[in-house]
Write a protein that binds this ligand. Structure first.
Ligand SMILES: Nc1ncnc2c1ncn2[C@@H]1O[C@H](COP(=O)(O)OP(=O)(O)OP(=O)(O)O)[C@@H](O)[C@H]1O
Ligand SMILES: [Mg+2]
Length: 256
């Protein structure tokens, strides 16, 4: 099927990295060949998969500036079927360095096109901003998944996000599709969560992914062990929710 998906939201701390990492791991567990791309200078996805943030080795930065091919920067992770192009400190300067470069929005797309056929899914994690790294990710992608929290401020950001996706489609990638909105850190005991979920449903309709990811302590513990929650505690509520959400995302991508 060969789909490239970006997990994006300009809001910080909503679970972009957590969802990207765990959905990728669930897809790999179901037998897909998956490549994660950590396009965030913070490198949380890299360390969350138990790979040390690179000081010397090749990273997404080296791929973006064209120093190495994507295939040369790929490393294996502890999860079978899941590979990674790591982030590293050098990525901090990438946005500034690329500003004057030709083809600057399409660096990642062109680089990944050489490895796309080898993977069922390429999953890209972005920083919490709409800079060149995020634009590169969205320009390279077939679909975008938007993790959101069930909070009042999320609602304020939703229309902004829709506008942003429209702009990206128009300017850089007409083929980009919204795969789904994934509610994260859901707490069904809170009235506010339920109300906000209804609002999101009203706004995005069938684009809302039916399985919300619960707030779950196993999910927050797992990165410090360098593992997705599905490997760290496969009987946890978090692992079960990610497995269901991944199935739904896989199904949606099949129809894309
Ligand atoms: N469902 C969840 N249950 C419990 N903790 C969670 C859950 N999802 C995310 N977290 C925790 O919340 C914090 C923020 O998550 P994460 O780093 O994935 O967000 P992010 O959107 O990638 O942040 P940034 O914008 O900085 O990249 C992390 O400490 C993570 O472990
Ligand atoms: Mg992150």
């Amino acid at each position: 099927m060969n789909k490239i998906l970006t997990f994006a939201n300009q809001k910080g701390g909503v679970g972009k990295t957590t969802c990207a990492l765990n959905i990728a791991a669930c897809l790999a567990r179901s037998g897909k060949k998956v490549l994660c791309v950590d396009s965030d200078p913070q490198g949380n996805l890299t360390s969350g998969l138990g790979v040390s943030k690179r000081c010397g080795g090749d990273t997404v930065y080296d791929v973006l500036i064209g120093r190495v091919k994507a295939s040369e920067a790929i490393v294996k992770t502890q999860v079978r079927g899941l590979n990674l192009i790591p982030s590293g400190m050098t990525l901090v300067g990438a946005e500034l360095e690329l500003v004057d470069e030709e083809n600057r929005e399409y660096r990642l797309r062109d680089a990944l096109s050489l490895v796309k056929d080898e993977y069922d899914y390429i999953i890209i994690d972005c920083p919490p901003s709409l800079g060149l790294l995020t634009v590169n990710a969205l320009a390279a992608s077939d679909g975008v998944v938007i993790p959101v929290l069930c909070e009042y401020f999320s609602l304020e950001g939703l229309s902004q996000l829709s506008i942003t996706i429209k702009q990206i489609k128009k300017l850089y990638n007409p083929a980009l599709e919204l795969v789904g909105v994934l509610i994260n850190m859901f707490d069904g005991r809170l009235n506010l969560s339920l109300q906000v979920m209804e609002e999101i449903k009203r706004y995005f309709r069938d684009k809302l992914i039916a399985t919300p990811i619960p707030r779950n302590v196993r999910i927050s513990e797992s990165p410090s062990h360098g593992l997705p929650v599905t490997e760290y505690d496969r009987n946890s509520k978090g692992a079960a929710a990610f497995a269901m959400a991944a199935r739904e995302i896989d199904k949606r991508c099949g129809g894309m």
